[in-house]
Design a binder for this molecule. Sequence first.
Ligand code: 13P
Ligand code: SF4
Length: 321
Amino acid sequence: MNVDKGYVDAPVDSGLDLKAEIKKLKEEKNAVILAHYYTVGEIQDIADFIGDSLALARIAEKLDNDIIVMCGVHFMGETVKILCPEKKVLVPDLNAGCSLADSCPAPELKKFIEEHPGHTVVSYVNTSAAVKALTDIVVTSGNAMEVVNSLPEDEKIIFGPDRNLGNYINSQTGRSMILWDGACHVHEKFSLEKILELKKEHPEAKILVHPECPKPIRLVADKLGSTAVLLKWAEESPYDEFIVATESGILHEMRRRCPHKTFIPAPPDDAGCACNDCSFMKLNTLEKLYNTLKYELPEVTVDADIIDRARRPILRMLEIK
Ligand code: 13P
Ligand code: SF4
């Protein structure tokens, strides 16, 4: 089967009940579907597990299925492969990259580390396997603060690739980690001006912000945190209305969990664009998921040597939180 395009390029019969077929294939093949909160709603609805990147890594580690389908972006598939090297790990479309991970190529990070000897390298999970192999400890947005706080106060740290998350951790911990200058193209695009206009129209609304957003947006947050943290707060706090400054896919689970609450996507700086959509995450469709299960392609592969080196910093993170 041809996967030159990064996904199985085979026609799907339009008369098929895709959800039922996917369920059938999953059972036949002892496969499990993991989905990030940013994937399209119809995939979230049929996934066995949905979560943020920390939760998905934790779940993957404990699975005993033969096939794991990661409906997320490529680095998430790599993380699963690193944690479960003996399993077949599939991502419906390998073109699902990540602008943040791409902002930190491994050879450039290697040079940067050599220029700053004696530093512990802390990397956000949104990185390639090759970057993780150069890393001492991995963090996600769900545990970054705890992981950094677990290191001795005088430890010299390089943090990458997200400058916004790094800045936030520095401001909260009083550390002066050296930051890699990377960012996510979705979270950098929110417009403070438009968020404040929305807030004027909805004065009761609370502002939810992911730490990948730049400082001016973080400063107006009522709650700042990973996708899982924002969801939990939306669900458990007594408030009924929220302006959501993170990728739009999260609104699906927010509305599912809290059908009586109102969630308003924060506007990006260009009214004409759908910049609060992660175009990479949206490459995973129900049709591609069906073909992935049917043909067991495309598979995520990571060199054995990289797996060996990248596993240690991920496990070190999972031991802390
Ligand atoms: P979480 O770690 O909150 O799941 O976020 C991952 C991500 O890609 C954010 O853009
Ligand atoms: Fe990467 Fe940004 Fe998409 Fe998250 S939202 S996967 S950081 S490009």
